[in-house]
Design a protein around this ligand. Structure first.
Ligand code: NAG
Ligand code: NAG
Ligand code: NAG
Ligand code: NAG
Ligand code: CU
Length: 150
């Protein structure tokens, strides 16, 4: 009986911890937010290696003269900064909370930086990665329940 209660409490704690856990990602990692040396591949690769979850934060961190503007996909593709979504950010660091399920598009509006590859797409994890997340959560809860069963 006591072990069942312990198991249940463990389950609830695991679920609660997973629910509130939000990660922080620095855009580009060590590269920071700058004109990348080899075009947009650097930020494409960086974003592809990450699995963002709903509620995570992306930090744009830079020195020198850069900005962060959120734009539509069309404007992102064309590096058009005349119709930003919200304010163009000029102060580093700038934090973005990933609180929508759709992809979001960010560019630097200085000179030709965007054309040189200073642009990044932030999309939260695909349905399959969410499913894997849920599965691993269920398995760890199950393991916890077994450990506390005897
Ligand atoms: C933010 O950028 C500054 C200037 O490039 C750098 O010194 C600092 O280490 C960066 N912070 C992180 C956490 O990457
Ligand atoms: C694409 O960008 C060029 C300048 O870089 C601009 O003249 C043109 O109007 C833009 N096209 C669209 C559809 O925004
Ligand atoms: C942005 O996030 C970083 C890392 O969590 C934090 O150090 C910084 O204070 C945040 N900046 C703002 C303006 O919230
Ligand atoms: C995002 O997607 C999740 C899972 O499909 C859903 O539970 C949540 O309500 C969605 N949030 C928003 C703001 O659309
Ligand atoms: Cu720039």
């Amino acid at each position: 009986m006591v072990s069942r209660v312990v198991g249940l409490v463990g389950f609830v704690l695991i679920v609660a911890a997973a629910g509130v856990k939000a990660d922080t990602y620095y855009v580009g990692d060590q590269l920071g937010w700058r004109v990348p040396p080899l075009g947009d591949i650097a930020y494409k690769t960086w974003a592809a290696e990450k699995s963002f979850n709903f509620g995570d934060t992306a930090v744009f961190n830079w020195t020198g003269t850069h900005t962060v503007a959120e734009v539509s996909k069309t404007d992102y593709d064309n590096c058009t900064s005349t119709s930003p979504i919200g304010t163009i950010q000029t102060v580093s660091p700038f934090n973005v909370t990933l609180n929508t399920n759709s992809s979001r598009y960010f560019i630097c509006t200085i000179s030709n930086h965007c054309h040189l590859g200073q642009k990044v797409t932030l999309g939260i994890g695909s349905a399959s990665s969410l499913a894997i997340h849920g599965l691993s959560l269920a398995l760890s809860a199950l393991a916890f329940a077994f450990l506390n069963h005897s």
